[in-house]
Design a protein around this ligand. Structure first.
Ligand code: ZN
Ligand code: ZN
Length: 279
């Protein structure tokens, strides 16, 4: 029995490259005991991951990750999410509608630059449609050489096809996760700022809107900062989580790095049980 877990991973249901089955199989090869699939704006892969977990003897926690409108850098993870929740489905549908409207507007702008892309190819491509979905299609059709060129010419703020995309607020994301019985957790706090005081200020602001945990273990957190976050969680009744943010082999983060001890999972289960008792 392994002593390590990974609570932050992505599959083809958002911007990862593996199917949920392949991901769980790889987690098995890495010797993980617990895995959470946390695709962006999608629970589409969770059932497949849970089934694969039963096959490979890995506990799979149903999860999700939302990007919020705070400059795109506050991401909220939700754990123990009810896959069949009607209100979650309604929320995800409205998110998808917003994304599709944004794609249509962006494609219209590109058309004015004589770039003609097939919207079907973009929205059928993946569950989450975003700028990468459009850029891949531009590269495939040889309008640009690579993502860097597309970004600099068309999509950076103020450029030819730039249209601001407004995600939901962090408060909305936290509320929806709590409403469906999940635990909302701040993902990769180091992405918010490189100033620890600034990060803790934002964490305190998010706690007021219902945040219940922090991803203390993440490849970008230094050991010192991880310790500071774990201490902060202990002092503020927040749960500790951790994961690799693994997307597949085309990104640098590998599964099971950093090593997150199984105690984190046991504490998380206790935290959840205490919540149910107090509710
Ligand atoms: Zn993220
Ligand atoms: Zn992620």
């Amino acid at each position: 029995m392994s002593n390590y877990i990974d609570l932050h991973t992505h599959s083809i249901f958002s911007d990862g490259t593996m199917t949920p089955f392949e991901l769980v199989k790889y987690a098995h090869e890495k010797g993980l005991a617990v895995l959470s699939l946390t695709d962006h704006d999608s629970m589409g892969g969770v059932t497949e991951a849970i089934d694969a977990g039963a096959q490979f003897n890995i506990t799979v926690i149903p999860g999700i990750e939302f990007n919020t409108n705070h400059n795109g850098d506050i991401h909220i993870l939700g754990y123990f999410i009810d896959v069949n929740s009607a209100s979650l489905k309604a929320y995800l549908d409205s998110t998808k509608d917003k994304q599709i409207h944004w794609v249509i507007k962006t494609l219209n702008k590109l058309k004015k630059q004589k770039i003609d892309l097939d919207i079907e190819k973009i929205i059928n491509n993946k569950n989450k449609v975003n700028i990468s979905s459009i850029i891949s299609e531009m590269i495939r059709n040889q309008y640009v050489e690579d993502a860097k060129e597309a970004q600099e010419k068309y999509f950076d703020k103020g450029k030819l096809a730039y249209i601001e995309y407004l995600d939901h607020s962090s408060e909305q994301c936290i509320q929806i996760i709590r409403k469906i019985g999940g635990i909302p957790v701040l993902a990769h706090p180091m992405k918010i700022s490189n100033n620890a005081d600034e990060i803790f200020k934002i964490i305190k602001m998010l706690m007021k809107t219902g945040l219940q945990g922090i991803e203390c273990y993440h490849p970008e957190n230094s050991p010192e900062f991880t310790n500071a976050l774990v201490l902060f969680c202990g002092n503020n009744d927040l749960c500790v989580t951790g994961g690799s943010d693994f997307h597949g082999f085309d990104k640098p983060m590998d599964l099971a790095h950093p090593k997150v001890p199984i105690k984190v999972f046991e504490d998380l289960l206790r935290f959840r049980k205490d919540l149910n008792i107090s509710n």
